[in-house]
Design a protein around this ligand. Structure first.
Ligand SMILES: [Zn+2]
Length: 223
């Protein structure tokens, strides 16, 4: 069975064996091969240039170490799936989240970490600009202080304040630390950011909708 050994563009594992499961030729001696990572079982597409005219699927073993000279070139970078977000998250903030999510899927964890932090930064500033309870309040410049203030004013619950505080730190680490940022760290930061957006924008919108229905049906008096 033909295979290649590459860094997986789906899960980020380095030097992993990927089983070649399909091929298509679009130029003489040029192929695109699809390969399944033996770690995450996801497919990626790789450009393969044969110097002998041999077809990749007809070759056994490591495609880069056969008797048929060929080059496996870079991956075709289409390895992301669009994330589904609530319509209640403001467009600018949703766009930032999507960008960070795409980076994480592409295994660019440093960029993902930095943009998740920016998502939290812009989302908390947006709340200050739009929430009536904060009408006369000015947001702190520092993100960690701003998150803490939102907790003190009961805009955010204590548990998410604690998690978001770590997120503010972690995103900062991704931008400044010398250690590589891991897949797990980027995923954890994504979960916290999603939870924060849910509490800031999605839950209040759902609550308001239910309240409006109760008022319309006469179960509840208007405020
Ligand atoms: Zn993989």
């Amino acid at each position: 069975m033909p295979f290649i050994v590459k860094d997986c563009v789906r899960c980020g594992v380095k030097n992993i064996q990927m089983i070649v499961v399909g091929q298509i030729s679009h130029e003489p001696n040029e192929w695109e091969v699809s390969a399944a990572c033996t770690d995450c079982k996801q497919l990626s597409i790789w450009l393969w240039r044969s110097r002998s005219g041999a077809e990749p699927m007809k070759i056994g073993g490591n495609l880069e170490k056969t008797d048929y000279p060929a080059d496996v070139r870079g991956p075709v970078r289409i390895a992301t799936v669009a994330v589904d977000l609530s319509e209640h998250i403001p467009a600018r903030i949703a766009d930032l989240f999507r960008e960070a999510n795409e980076c994480r899927q592409m295994t660019w964890y440093e960029a993902a970490g930095a943009i998740y932090r920016k998502t939290v930064d812009v989302a908390t500033k947006h709340i200050y600009a739009t929430d009536q309870r904060l009408a006369d309040k000015k947001p702190a410049d520092a993100l960690r202080v701003r998150i803490k203030s939102l907790g003190e004013m009961k805009i955010l619950e204590a548990d998410i304040v604690e998690l978001a505080d770590v997120a503010a730190l972690d995103g900062n680490d991704a931008a400044h630390d010398v250690d590589p940022y891991t897949a797990e760290e980027a995923e954890a930061l994504e979960d916290i950011t999603m939870d924060l957006l849910d509490r800031l924008f999605v839950r209040p919108a759902r609550f308001a909708a239910v309240k409006a229905k109760q008022i319309a049906s006469g179960q509840r008096k208007p405020d």
